[in-house]
Ligand binder design. Structure first.
Ligand SMILES: [Zn+2]
Length: 182
């Protein structure tokens, strides 16, 4: 599975995925449609799947426009169905979802928000952690408790050793700075 980074806004990462075997093309957390569409057009790819980790606007803001344009299927948390418009596939903890020849396992990871999920693509050992796990840090606790976030991080920690983690923001430098200040 190919993963392409599409930077958006000040520090968001949107990810475009392509399953080579089937030609299916996905996007994770498209907060903005324009840079995703530009990337797809540049590569001549047609979007089939939209994966959403949580309801915050900087993660779903471009989903409706991309769904309209490409008739892509929107995949997200059942727990967030009331606040993520246009969900086609609703998932909960332990569910699996198919993307071409790839299968992603869903982890409920409450803490940053109550409905937050992470997608772990099993064969590719690739995790999309949204705003739960960052480089040198975890997401801010808007809706969950520290205990919930800790449990969520433990479930991600249990993933295979070679798992690559793709997070929702580039916070490495600011997380490092905070640590140095303490
Ligand atoms: Zn967020």
């Amino acid at each position: 599975m190919e993963v392409i980074l599409v930077p958006a806004f000040a520090d968001n990462y949107i990810y475009v995925l392509r399953d080579a075997a089937s030609g299916k093309v996905g996007v994770v957390d498209p907060g903005d449609a324009a840079p995703v569409q530009a990337e797809l057009e540049r590569r001549g790819w047609t979007l089939t799947h939209i994966f959403l980790t949580h309801h915050h606007d900087d993660h779903i803001g471009g989903a409706a426009a991309l769904k309209d344009r490409y008739r892509a299927s929107v995949v997200g948390a059942r727990a967030d169905a009331h606040r993520i418009p246009g969900l086609d596939v609703m998932l909960g903890d332990g569910d699996r979802t198919v993307f071409g020849e790839q299968t992603a396992r869903v982890f409920a990871v409450p803490g940053h928000t109550s409905g937050h999920i992470a997608f772990w693509f099993e064969a590719a050992e690739t995790l999309f952690s949204g705003d739960t796990l960052f480089s040198l840090g975890c997401g801010r606790l808007f809706e969950g408790t520290p205990a919930q976030m800790w449990e969520s991080l433990q479930s991600l920690r249990a993933l295979t050793e070679h798992t690559r983690v793709y997070c929702g923001h580039e916070y490495t430098q600011s997380n490092g700075r905070l640590r140095a200040d303490r």
